[in-house]
Design a protein around this ligand. Structure first.
Ligand code: PRP
Length: 181
């Protein structure tokens, strides 16, 4: 099985680029039905969601708008700090708009809770999330993710936008950490 080294750790291939591409298309098919006629605002949360969002938006046929926000919870660590910080917010009026947050991963769910609350306070008509990955075992949020690509075990993953201490985002597959013995 293919492995890569990112910084000081080995990672094993978990989802191939072909698997990801197929699943992104399936998610797009679902979203094209859900958002038909709604002109949603697609809202990737930087940085991790940039690749997924780029692949997803090209498959959406619902005339989406695109805005970005940036939050951080992990810092340099492999685990969520549990404290979400808004680094770059929205500078447009979203009152009455349907917002579709785009995430690479929902882990504890605290980022989604924080961002959903932030958007609803700005009077969005609806706020949902499409997340490529969902670590359900770690989830302790108030809002379950609406659209999920893969529910995965809690092991650390890297690639396709996801980083390990800011490295590995460029990998075209998703890799899981090889635990040291
Ligand atoms: C990751 C990911 C989500 C968040 C999910 O971002 O992109 O935004 O963590 O974790 P949670 O469900 O436990 O809140 P990170 O803070 O690592 O920043 P990044 O996107 O810049 O890598």
């Amino acid at each position: 099985m293919k492995t890569v080294r990112v910084r000081d750790k080995d990672f094993r291939l978990f989802l191939t680029p072909q698997q990801i591409e197929g699943r992104v298309q399936e998610l797009a098919d679902t979203l094209n039905q859900e958002y038909a006629g709604k002109r949603p605002i697609l809202l990737p949360i930087l940085n991790g969601a940039f690749l997924f969002a780029a692949d997803l938006i090209r498959r959406l046929k619902v005339q989406p708008e695109l805005q970005f926000i940036r939050v951080s919870s992990y810092g340099q660590s492999m685990q969520s700090s549990g404290k979400v910080e808004l680094l770059v917010g929205l500078d447009i009026d979203i009152e009455g708009r349907h917002i579709l947050i785009v995430e690479d991963i929902v882990d504890t769910g605290l980022t989604y809770d924080y961002v959903k609350d932030y958007l609803l306070k700005k009077n969005a008509a609806s706020v949902e999330i499409v997340s490529l990955l969902f670590k359900e075992a770690n989830f302790k949020g108030q809002n379950r993710p609406s659209f999920v690509g893969y529910t995965i075990p809690p092991a650390f993953v890297v690639g396709y936008g996801l980083d390990y201490a800011q490295s590995g985002r460029e990998l075209d597959g998703i890799y899981t950490v090889v635990e040291e013995k």
